[in-house]
Write a protein that binds this ligand. Sequence first.
Ligand code: M6P
Ligand code: ZN
Length: 190
Amino acid sequence: MLIRKAPVGLGKGGTLEGTQISRTIRRIEDLRNFFHDATSVRNIDPQTLVYEVDVYSPSESSTNGALNFGVTRIEPGRVGTEFFMTKGHVHSRGERTEFYWGIDGTGCLLTGDPEGRWRLEQILPGSVHYISPFSFHRLINTGEEQLTVGAVWPNDAGHDYDSFDRERMPRVISEAGTVRVLLSDESDER
Ligand code: M6P
Ligand code: ZN
């Protein structure tokens, strides 16, 4: 029997290479409502790249139990003091879970449960993160290099970007060269 080459691999720079891969590019213009400081958002070139997501989706979308494999690459940078980050979402099918793991760079994973309790986990190369049912999840690059994070999630999970109140989300900011977390008055830690 032939030993075949894997159809997909992780290339240099954290790009997914192979077949059945789609790429989403998110720039400042796509993220205007996600960063807290509207004035700073206006002062950045709208074309500035914030992150890219490569997704390998080998199964038909109707396949029961199908999984997606993704890699997110977040550039280093800030909007005002707030570090570059993903939009963050909950799954449209809220009970669907997900794994993230750190590949390169440093950052954190912000999760929030429906009771409004928030948690931050440090992401490092090799760190593994489980996203529980009904949790909001967002990646934040707190380092000076690109943050590359792998992900696996059910194909039918779906993305819901609007069900969490953005005003209540903790913000991860740079202050005097250190990483600081600002909680909104109504935020709670867990
Ligand atoms: C990971 C997965 C994807 C997600 C991406 C970017 O790769 O969770 O499903 O799309 O991160 O996150 P967001 O959709 O919140 O911008
Ligand atoms: Zn998800």
